[in-house]
Structure formats: structure tokens, C-alpha cells
Write a protein that binds this ligand. Structure first.
Ligand code: FNR
Length: 363
């Protein structure tokens, strides 16, 4: 008899941990430094409480949102994460099928194990954005932007929070490339000889680091798609993004995987939203684990949320079905939270629904 699907996103992590080799689990879960930021991304949501609204007619619910002209069934986009084939042989093809079947968005990483064309062929219906890690070779970047457009991606997500090679804290570091290694969007022409450096050093050698606002301009002029900057935490950077005509930003600290000690994303979201004055779309990611987290992020001004690690746990647990189950839990929980807060549609979700726990030193 088939076991019922897990009820909480945390349960998917437990199940995935049992299935994954330790070094893969540890790589997916990994964080910078002591993991303060990675943990706080989740904990910070708990410092906001929801104020219920009773006696509202919430018998009909509409959870759809429109992002860059595409309608999503609920305000979730799968965050760009690398190498899904380490979790499941079908890799990003399975993830994309699940995303399409639930009609949420998916940001296809530059670091996928399958090429963008194969992923789109596996799931032609879903909304896909292409995540660009800028490589040293500009011609390669240009070729990737063209491929993404031709494959039907509807936005480009440029990651801007990796000025230096990172040092991820995890167990069982990969000294050599895993057997099922393939990164079809990346090029390694300038890389040190395989075997002379660690796998991490080898693959990061292709990246342009640091990138600057000039590279953002380059990206904008080399694609006709809307461009979203991922990795913004400050109001100042958000204002600069508005000034330079960006289409969106994702408030993100990379799931706490870059610099430990930066704030939880939900805590800086209101400042960023205020700074952009509605002139570009704001998304957020980091620590979204429940439907109430989604509601809180939307109440503070995010158009939708990106979800990272939980999707990998679902994928490792049961491939396409597992990712669908993760998305279903989020959808169910969001609907319940909306009903209790008197929201029939996403635009009913406002800051008035939140009470923030006061903390020592807050003013
Ligand atoms: C990531 N993330 C990421 N971000 C990005 O811009 N480009 C990338 O290639 C990757 N790769 C990646 C791999 C893995 C294994 C993880 C866990 C994360 C960060 C990701 O897009 C997102 O910002 C965070 O994962 C969001 O936090 P949560 O949902 O994992 O808490």
C-alpha cells in the first residue's frame, strides 16, 4: 500500500536525507560560515504573526498571480539550484514537469545537468525563466541568452551576489567530479587541468567574478527579455536597479550560502519594497517552508516567492511526483492561511494582516 504523501516540507528533507549520498545532501543543505543566516531565513518568518479576519466569504479563492505576462496558479517560482541530477536521474526535466503540472514558475539554473532545450522539451507548458551566471567568455553568455530566448524562456534572472568564490560549509566535500557530472551551459576552456584542483575550484573557474553594474548593462543590452537581479538585500542597491531600468529584483541572500551574518530576507524585504516605489517587481527567497511564510512575504510586498532546497528534497524523495507533492503542500497551506485571514485573492493580502513580534533593540 502506497504511503500517504508527507504533510510538511520538513518531512521531505528527512526522507531525502535517507536517500541521498551524504556529500550530496550536505552540498544541497550547505551554508556559509556558522549557518546563522541560513537558519535565520527560516526563523525570521516566525517573528511575524498572522492576524485572522473572521466572517468573510472565502468560499471562492483565487491564488493566481501574473508575472511578466504569465499567469501562475499560485505565487511560487522554483529557485535556480544547481545539478538536479545529483538528486534524481531525470534531474531538471522532472522538476520542470512538476512545475508545469502545478503551473508555477521555474528558474532554470546555468548550472543544470540538462540543457535548456531538453528541459523545455520535457515540459513545454510551464513558465520558465533562465538564470544566468555570467562567465568570463562574453560570447558564451551571449549564446546562452539567445538559447534561452529561443527555447521560450520569458525572463532572465542574473545572480549578483557572488563577488568572490565561496566557501560552503558542508561535510564530505567533493575532491573530484561526481560520476554523473555534466554542466551543459558552462564552459571550462580556461579551467586548470582536471585533477589539479578540487571540483569546486574547477567549476567556479569559469565564472566572471566579480561582476559589476557594467555587466548588468551588458546583460540588458544583449537580451530582449525582462531582466531580474537576484541577490539584492539593500534599499540602495534596489534604488540603483530602478534607476538602471531593471524589470525585477529578487531579495535573496542565496539561502545563506554566500556571506554568513547578513539579515534574513523577510526582515529586509519591507525596506526594499519601500525603496522601489512600485517601479519594478520584487520577489524574495530564503527560508520559505510553509504556506503562511508565502502569505507573510506577500503581505510585506513580494509579488511571489522563490523556493530552493525543499524542491531538491522532493526531487530526491520521489522525482517529479515528490516535487509536485512539495508544491501541493505549499498550495494547500497557502489556501488555508488565506481563508483564515479573510483573503479571497492575492491582492487582498496586505501588511495589515501581520503583527511583528517586538525584539530587544528594535525601534
Ligand atoms: C542554490 N542557489 C543558487 N542561486 C543562484 O542564483 N544560482 C545558483 O546556481 C544556485 N545554486 C544553488 C544550489 C543549491 C544546492 C542551493 C540550495 C541553492 C540559491 C537559490 O537560488 C535560492 O536563493 C535559495 O536556495 C533560497 O533559499 P531556500 O529556499 O533554499 O531556503
Amino acid at each position: 500500500q502506497a504511503s500517504p504523501p508527507p504533510q510538511r516540507l520538513a518531512d521531505f528533507e528527512t526522507l531525502a536525507k535517507r536517500k541521498l549520498p551524504e556529500h550530496v545532501y550536505s552540498y544541497y543543505r550547505g551554508w556559509a560560515g556558522d549557518g546563522q543566516t541560513a537558519r535565520d531565513n527560516c526563523d525570521a518568518f516566525k517573528r511575524y504573526y498572522l492576524l485572522t479576519r473572521v466572517l468573510q466569504d472565502v468560499s471562492k479563492q483565487d491564488t493566481t498571480v501574473t508575472v511578466f505576462g504569465s499567469v501562475l496558479d499560485f505565487p511560487v517560482v522554483i529557485a535556480p539550484t544547481a545539478q538536479h541530477s545529483l538528486a534524481h536521474s531525470e534531474g531538471e526535466k522532472a522538476t520542470a514537469k512538476a512545475a508545469a503540472s502545478m503551473n508555477v514558475g521555474m528558474v532554470v539554473s546555468s548550472w543544470t545537468s540538462y540543457g535548456i532545450e531538453e528541459i523545455v522539451e520535457a515540459a513545454p507548458q510551464g513558465v520558465k525563466w533562465f538564470h544566468l551566471t555570467l562567465q568570463k567568455d562574453l560570447a558564451r553568455n551571449k549564446a546562452l541568452l539567445t538559447r534561452a530566448e529561443q527555447a521560450g524562456c520569458t525572463a532572465v534572472v542574473l545572480t549578483v551576489d557572488q563577488p568572490v568564490a565561496r566557501r560552503l560549509k558542508r561535510k564530505g566535500k567533493l575532491a573530484v567530479a561526481p560520476d554523473n557530472w555534466s554542466l551543459p551551459h558552462m564552459t571550462f576552456d580556461d579551467a586548470p587541468e582536471r585533477g589539479t584542483v578540487s571540483y569546486g575550484e574547477y567549476i567556479y573557474s569559469s565564472m566572471k567574478q566579480p561582476i559589476t553594474w557594467d555587466d548588468v548593462e551588458w546583460t540588458k543590452t544583449n537580451t530582449s527579455l525582462p531582466v531580474v537581479l537576484k541577490g539584492i538585500l539593500s534599499a540602495e542597491d534596489a534604488k540603483e536597479a530602478v534607476k538602471r531600468g531593471l524589470d525585477g529584483i529578487c531579495v535573496s541572500n542565496h539561502g545563506g550560502r554566500q556571506l554568513d551574518g547578513v539579515p534574513a530576507t523577510i526582515d529586509v524585504l519591507p525596506d526594499v519594497v519601500r525603496a522601489v516605489e512600485g517601479r519594478l517587481e520584487v520577489y524574495m527567497d530564503g527560508g520559505v517552508r510553509t504556506g503562511t511564510d508565502i502569505l507573510k512575504a506577500l503581505a510585506l510586498g513580494a509579488k511571489c516567492v522563490f523556493v530552493g532546497r525543499p524542491v531538491l528534497w522532493g526531487l530526491a524523495y520521489k522525482g517529479e511526483v515528490g516535487v509536485r507533492q512539495v508544491l501541493q503542500v505549499l498550495n494547500d497551506e497557502l489556501r488555508v492561511a488565506m481563508a483564515h485571514t479573510g483573503c479571497s485573492k492575492v491582492s487582498d493580502i496586505t501588511p495589515k494582516l501581520l503583527l511583528r513580534q517586538s525584539c530587544v533593540g528594535c525601534h
